[in-house]
Design a protein around this ligand. Sequence first.
Ligand SMILES: NC(=O)C1=CN([C@@H]2O[C@H](COP(=O)(O)OP(=O)(O)OC[C@H]3O[C@@H](n4cnc5c(N)ncnc54)[C@H](O)[C@@H]3O)[C@@H](O)[C@H]2O)C=CC1
Ligand SMILES: O=C([O-])CC(=O)C(=O)O
Length: 294
Amino acid sequence: ALMLAQKELGDVTLVDIPALCNPTKGKALDMLEASPVQKFDANISGTSDYKDIEGAELVIITAGMARKPGMTRDDLVSTNAKIMKDVSENVARYAPDSYILVLSNPVDAMTYVCFKTTGFPKNRVIGQSGVLDTARFNTFVAEELNVSVEDVSGFVLGGHGDDMVPLVRYSYAGGIPLDKLLPAEKIDAIVERTRKGGGEIVNLLGKGSAYYAPAASLVEMAEAIMKDKKRILPSIAYLDGEYGYEDIYLGVPAILGGDGLESIIELPLSSDEKQALDKSANSVKKVLPLVKDI
Ligand SMILES: NC(=O)C1=CN([C@@H]2O[C@H](COP(=O)(O)OP(=O)(O)OC[C@H]3O[C@@H](n4cnc5c(N)ncnc54)[C@H](O)[C@@H]3O)[C@@H](O)[C@H]2O)C=CC1
Ligand SMILES: O=C([O-])CC(=O)C(=O)O
């Protein structure tokens, strides 16, 4: 919320459960009081009444439990699917024209729940994972090469789980393909660390999960939509035959602009890459039956 306001992308309303109404108002007020110092003009308010989101153009859903060390994201599925359904119903009722970004885990399945519950068109329900996974990949590459993160552009496809697919063939530093700059074993180690990147933070924190980098990732997607930037960003999109998958939400490269997820980019994949993507898609598919009757 603070990052959105700092960028003056709009006024921000934080919504949490009634038991946390006052702490939510307190958080919002604290952030708002940073605005005269940091010189941003955006209102930030807190509430537990969904009526207060009436007319919202963009809704970011992060409601739900975070995992603890030793858990997988999929362990959160039944608890978070119920929360996602409740939140999505309220968003559909009070902000029926909004674009939605979903973060709650397991995010591929939660984005599917949000899509089915709201009944919104697929371009208006989008999940976040790839921007974060790519940011982690880029961080590790920049560290290994001792170069600026600004010059590294990785590419991560697939579900937000340990078998996500960092695409080395489409990853560059300063326009130079990564395999010309790093030996295979270093690249493999970076791929593996990226896949487990969320878990690395969960284990270090002991309580809760990553926070700043997921927030920055959501803000990048929000900005693309609010400013109609037509960014090419990895996004969790509803697939209707693209990449050979049907009726599933999965991370793929997409164009984000004023009309949400405006199109999906279908990349040619090698057979190894497609196999890795199939494995990741199958992991997401395994979870979907658990959310279909929520
Ligand atoms: N997709 C991604 O890349 C990432 C996903 N996540 C996921 O995002 C979710 C949120 O993470 P955090 O913000 O760290 O957790 P948190 O525990 O700090 O916040 C979750 C909030 O959801 C609220 N909530 C629970 N039930 C609700 C309901 N029915 N309606 C409205 N609000 C409700 C809670 O009161 C709490 O304030 C988790 O599921 C986490 O795994 C976190 C980081 C990255
Ligand atoms: O790992 C988690 O539980 C939170 C998350 O999705 C991430 O940080 O990638």
